[in-house]
Design a protein around this ligand. Structure first.
Ligand code: MGD
Ligand code: MGD
Ligand code: SF4
Ligand code: MO
Length: 704
């Protein structure tokens, strides 16, 4: 306590996926500043620029204040204010009618990445009896890494930045955690590890902020990472520098792997990846010989139609070098809290069969999936075309689908076909502007939650607490519970606090206690597998995966050319000669958010495209000029940054751009939006249904 009307409360920032322990300073019921908690093991007092600006976001004049219902046609921008009771009654009434007429599967739920209410959306879907929920990450983000980890070594891993032994090497692969963390790791931890002078390698077509801190940069051709990883496995096995003892005692399928990778020499990979064979050999030896080593993997390996096998190759690299669950290596999650009660047993058997895309993409939507969800292209097709049945309603809890889902124009056509669209958000986004109902969501300082960090591994748990309020904004979980009550759904009597207490039970604390402690972080138990084996069918690391084989997928990782690339599609490359990657994260923004936050927007006023001087010369483009980036699907405006820090054939565009300062309902959502350039069509990864967001073909021209 400072003085009468100012107080300070400990919590955890969640402007991004979150994890920074913070002190929230509140005056007269408003957040006035947020400061890093030096005692938090996650961030030790550090905060990024977005987190520091939390008060500006929380108190932003454009934040939604009340439930709204459209007065005129969709997208005409005429709204009528409703009470919560009326809004919830009306929406529940319409859901109920659609449920009766067309079955619960015709109601879909959408959400964004890793928010507080993530698992509650899954719970609400199960209670409602619909198998159809989506998040624009999943097949393109995190699900391949989690699922492959589970299949290969029975749990998810994260770099051990928190123990007493620092890593001797970090291999960053398609990941830029100095900017994008935390996704499991947090920028200052990575920075601290790099500051010890450990060996560091980056595999990335851009010399990213992280790559700049690495002695070795491997500018891989986008989408060819599996070839690079297979060659590194080849070098390590051929050179006998794998961890023999670990491999012998704790893995299955090594002999098959050895035979399988024999043809994948560094010279073979050089032709495919454009990375010189000598650099591949050096990187492989550096990683294998500097133990303990962390392998930081990111989106660069998932946003392509060979995500399963690319991620598998990296998981194997980590295992054969014996870096699993050792101090300073990649540690398996302790999962110290109970998993969220998602009421999955309440989803009827028949509903499972109706999950769109599940039969085809078994590791995204089938019973073996980590968190079964619908395949986005199939779901949006069902909205548009009624095939195989019509999806009539969509409730979106925090996703600006018009910017974040691939093929934005098709998303637009799909949304227009719905009988009911309700969007719950902090701001009036282009997506919300096309809704029938828009409901105001709570910001992170207005939310109660217990959250395990790093995400998925849950080695520690932190308390986030409702400290302030904003007009009539409500926490998403409350909104879902209120709809559940009106629809008579299971679980509707459990309050948010009941669920949190259920999760905390194994720790013997209640939410009230956790709030006082701020976090619980037990010491890590390394090499638990020595007592109980790995949580796989063989109790060992499955280099050769019989489970995948039984499901009809390759048991050992393979490389496939990206479908829209200079090798597979030379005809397209004639007109679109450059390789496009989209979505490399910027520190100022989280996806499509924060374009209206003045202090953040000032740091990056315009959408940017990065390209190499060679490409710039050919296109007669200079830094600072507005250009058009086009693919065979569409064209957008961006400001050029000409830089040596990118593969000469690659162009990188930011994602998530719209312009809150422009006119609604679109707010310029098609002008500079990376997803006007992307496609969501086949071919897909056969297990996850991932499509290509990186490694597409494009061209760049000066704007006329
Ligand atoms: N500030 C900020 N932080 C964020 C987010 C945000 O929007 N803003 N988003 C959050 C979310 S949901 C996620 S999933 C994470 C993502 O975080 P990261 O996994 O770090 O993903 P990106 O920054 O998108 O991409 C990482 C790197 O992949 C490279 N890359 C592109 N294509 C390829 C390729 O084919 N191969 C290889 N090897 N590399 C490639 C890019 O150049 C980029 O430097 O960030 C999270 N954190
Ligand atoms: N081309 C391309 N597209 C991509 C990517 C890429 O790299 N390239 N990355 C993909 C990835 S990895 C991901 S995870 C997705 C991200 O996609 P999303 O996570 O859906 O991100 P946004 O579209 O910005 O939508 C989030 C919305 O939620 C709102 N919001 C924030 N907090 C809350 C809350 O507590 N409650 C509610 N109800 N709303 C809230 C924000 O205001 C914002 O409008 O994008 C994907 N799209
Ligand atoms: S990294 Fe994420 S949690 Fe940490 S301060 Fe930034 S936005 Fe907040
Ligand atoms: Mo993501």
């Amino acid at each position: 306590m400072n003085n009468d009307n100012e107080n300070v409360v400990r919590s955890v920032c969640r402007v991004c996926h979150g994890g920074c322990g913070v002190f929230v300073h509140v005056k007269d019921g408003r957040v006035i500043s947020v400061k890093g908690d030096p005692d938090s093991p996650m961030n030790r007092g550090w905060m990024c620029v977005k987190g520091v600006k939390s008060p500006e976001i929380a108190n932003h004049p454009d934040r939604l204040k009340y439930p709204l219902k459209r007065k005129k046609g969709r997208g005409e921008g005429q709204w009528q204010r409703l009470s919560w009771d009326d809004a919830l009654n009306e929406i529940a009434g319409r859901i109920d009618a659609i449920r009766r007429e067309s079955g619960p599967e015709s109601i879909a739920l959408g959400q964004g990445t890793g928010r507080h209410h993530y698992m509650h959306v899954v719970r609400f879907a199960n209670a409602l009896g619909t198998p159809n929920w989506y998040e624009p990450g999943l097949a393109q983000c995190f699900i391949p890494r989690i699922t492959v980890s589970n299949l290969t070594y029975g749990g998810f891993v994260v770099g051990d930045y928190y123990g007493e032994v620092p890593p001797k090497c970090i291999l960053f692969w398609g990941h830029n955690p100095l900017v994008s963390g935390p996704d499991g790791e947090i920028a200052p931890s990575v920075k601290r590890a790099l500051d010890t002078g450990c060996a560091a390698i980056a595999v990335d077509p851009r010399r990213s902020e992280t790559a700049r801190r690495c002695a070795q940069w491997l500018p891989v051709r986008p989408g060819t990472d599996a070839a690079l990883a297979l060659a590194m496995i080849n070098v390590i096995i051929a050179g006998g520098i794998h961890d023999r003892e670990f491999v012998e005692r704790w893995t299955v399928g090594f002999e098959e792997l050895k035979k399988h990778v024999a043809p994948f020499t560094p010279e073979w990979a050089e032709c495919i990846t454009t990375v010189p064979a000598s650099a591949i050999i050096t990187a492989a030896r550096t990683y294998a010989l500097n133990k303990p080593a962390i392998l930081e993997w990111g989106l660069g390996i998932e946003q392509n139609p060979n995500s399963l096998q690319t991620v598998r190759a990296l998981a194997i690299l980590r295992a054969i070098t014996g870096n699993l669950d050792i101090p300073g290596g990649d540690i398996l999650g302790m999962n110290i809290i109970r998993s969220y009660p998602t009421l999955k047993d309440r989803l009827p058997e028949g509903a499972l069969k109706k999950r769109l895309g599940a039969e085809e993409f078994k590791l995204l939507g089938g019973w073996r999936a980590f968190m079964p969800s619908a395949h986005i292209p199939a779901l949006f097709r069902a909205m548009r075309e009624g095939d195989p049945y019509r999806v009539r309603a969509l409730l979106i809890f925090g996703n600006n689908a018009l910017t974040s889902v691939a093929n934005s124009k098709e998303v637009y056509e799909s949304l227009k076909k719905l009988d009911l669209l309700a969007v719950i958000d902090l701001f009036m986004t282009p997506t919300a502007a096309h809704a029938d109902y828009v409901l105001p969501a709570a910001f992170w300082t207005e939310v109660d939650q217990a959250i395990g960090y790093p995400l998925v591994v849950e080695n520690m748990v932190m308390a986030q607490q409702r400290i302030t309020g904003h007009h009539e904004s409500m926490q998403d979980e409350w909104i879902m519970n209120e709809l559940s009550k009106r629809l008579g759904l299971p679980g509707c009597d459990d309050t948010i606090e009941d669920v949190i207490n259920h999760q905390l039970e194994p720790l013997g604390v209640r939410f009230e206690d956790l709030k006082k402690k701020a976090f619980i972080f037990p010491p890590h138990e390394y090499r638990r597998y020595e007592k109980q084996g790995f949580r796989t069918p063989s109790r060992k690391v499955e280099l050769y995966s019989k489970t995948l084989q039984r499901m009809g997928y390759d048991a050992l990782p393979t490389f496939k050319e990206p479908p829209e690339g200079p090798v597979s599609a030379p005809d397209i490359a004639e007109e679109f000669p450059l390789i496009l990657i989209t979505g490399s994260r910027r520190p100022e923004f989280f996806h499509s958010e924060h374009r209206q936050v003045e202090s953040l927007r000032r740091l990056r006023p315009d959408p940017q495209v990065e390209l190499h001087p060679d490409a710039a010369k050919r296109s007669r483009v200079s830094s600072g000029e507005w250009v058009r980036v086009s693919t065979k699907r569409g064209s957008i405006r961006m400001k050029a940054l000409v830089t040596e820090d990118i593969h000469p054939g690659v162009v990188s565009v930011e994602h998530g751009w719209w312009f809150p300062e422009k006119d609604g309902p679109l707010y310029g959502a098609f002008e500079s939006n990376a997803n006007v350039l992307t496609d969501n069509g086949p071919p897909y990864d056969p297990a996850f249904g991932s499509y290509q967001l990186r490694g597409l073909l494009c061209r760049i021209e000066k704007e006329r």
